[in-house]
Design a protein around this ligand. Sequence first.
Ligand code: AAT
Length: 292
Amino acid sequence: KSGKVVYFNNPMWPGEAHSLKVERVLYKGQSEFQEVLVFESSAYGKVLVLDGIIQLTEKDECAYQEMIAHLPLCSISSPKTVLVVGGGDGGVLREICRHSSVEHIDICEIDKMVIDVSKEFFPELAVGFEDPRVHLHIDDAVKFLRDAPEGRYDAIIVDSSDPVGPAQELVEKPFFETIAKALRPGGVLCNMAESFWLHTHLIQDMISVCRDMFKGSVHYAWTSVPTYPSGVIGFLICSTEGPPVDFKNPVNPIEKLEGAVKHKRELKFYNSEVHRAAFALPTFVKREVSLL
Ligand code: AAT
């Protein structure tokens, strides 16, 4: 209700809740896959919530979307073909489109309602769908990747929800196997990978699966997103066997890409310094996810 504080509880973060004050509810609907809610908050602008989990807010979405897109795309020279898994709000597409080398972007989102709602309430994100390089596929990404041609993509960005509901299979081994196959040799994956404060076991599992699948390299990077549980979110960043990728020193720095920094919408968060810093891990994380 308006003026009330909403508490976000979930078994993914037991024993704690985060809360936002609601100005007014703008949309509430039930899709085939999940409950979709949009509200205006007092502190973070409009908020998109799926099945009771915050997916983005207007104020801090930059920290997530810019990082998940540019960490992989600035790590390879001249990326041309990119696949986005999930990401129905369009924010990751908006960021990929800053790269003029990119010729073709496939996006596979399971839930059309997320796209429609984003077009209505989050035009600054949904603008990503307007670029002619974008090809939309409404489908389960598990199926889409099973049918994807081998070696098709330079980069795959998995902007998916937490592994409850429709995203359950997106953290399992067969899914990573199809991703590795769909990437060209020396291609890169950037996968949303939860918070080291809450989900070290899940991160450990994902890292060990990826070490089997991605013979180039496997890294973990992170950023600060205040409205995600615990305020941080990580990314698993991997490359397939082939030309080596030095993720920590971007070969394709955003500052040198024509027009990318001063785009229609300026970058708010990402730059090459933030890129390099994102790979610095706290000691306990290095130990627990065995990256020491
Ligand atoms: N950029 C916003 C952040 C997201 S959106 C995650 C999207 O993944 C949702 O639109 C959801 O519908 C989609 N999705 C979930 N499962 C699948 C699937 N199997 N195939 C295709 N798309 C899927 C993520 C926020 C992370 C929150 C961290 N706590």
